[in-house]
Design a protein around this ligand. Sequence first.
Ligand code: G16
Ligand code: MG
Length: 220
Amino acid sequence: MIKACIFDLDGVIVDTARYHFLAWKRLAAELGIPFTEADNERLKGVSRLRSMEILLELGHITMARDEQERLANKKNGWFVEYVERMTPIEIFPGVPALLKDLRRRGQRVGLASSSKNAPRVVELLGLADAFDNMVDGTMIVHTKPDPEIFLLAARKLNVAPHQCVVFEDAEAGVEAALAAGMACVGIGSEEQLHRADLVLPTTGEFDPATLATLDVRQPR
Ligand code: G16
Ligand code: MG
């Protein structure tokens, strides 16, 4: 039986994925690297420094580690500027009602975001009370697709991995959920996220009655 729902933040609860893209695109332009939304898919869900490495790979550029860190921090400054202007209106439609409904049905509800900015984003959105527990990028060593973040979230929620379903918009996140032995609902395109158990265009469309159908899995 599914006992916990674990949500990614960027691209699942709110469209901060858009702000990550805009900030990386701005940095790419400074570096003379062509950077499209398709390229950006590889950056979704992975850590800031891993994203930096991927961007440099795309541009066939090598760079010292401290310079990479400086540029990644620069990108983060832009991202934070965008984020600080955010209001609860930017929460995806139907998400607050869904989180409440899941809890009413006795589900534990957790957040697992690779972002070190996740606590601030959740605060700005007024969603802190919507989650039983939160795991963010400051609490993990290995970034998605490593399962660490979801296993930690399950442990904090006091639920076994195979009793969890993860909501994810990133390919790396879907891989991480599967590697954790969890069910996964992909949010976005079927083509990109076909490895998920179910793919929906938006989070708000999830019908909690579907939880029972996700519960077919033995521990993976
Ligand atoms: C998010 C984004 C990633 C971003 C990562 C790190 O993960 O999807 O694109 O690179 O966080 O963010 P920051 O630079 O703010 O620490 P998630 O797991 O919420 O999708
Ligand atoms: Mg995401």
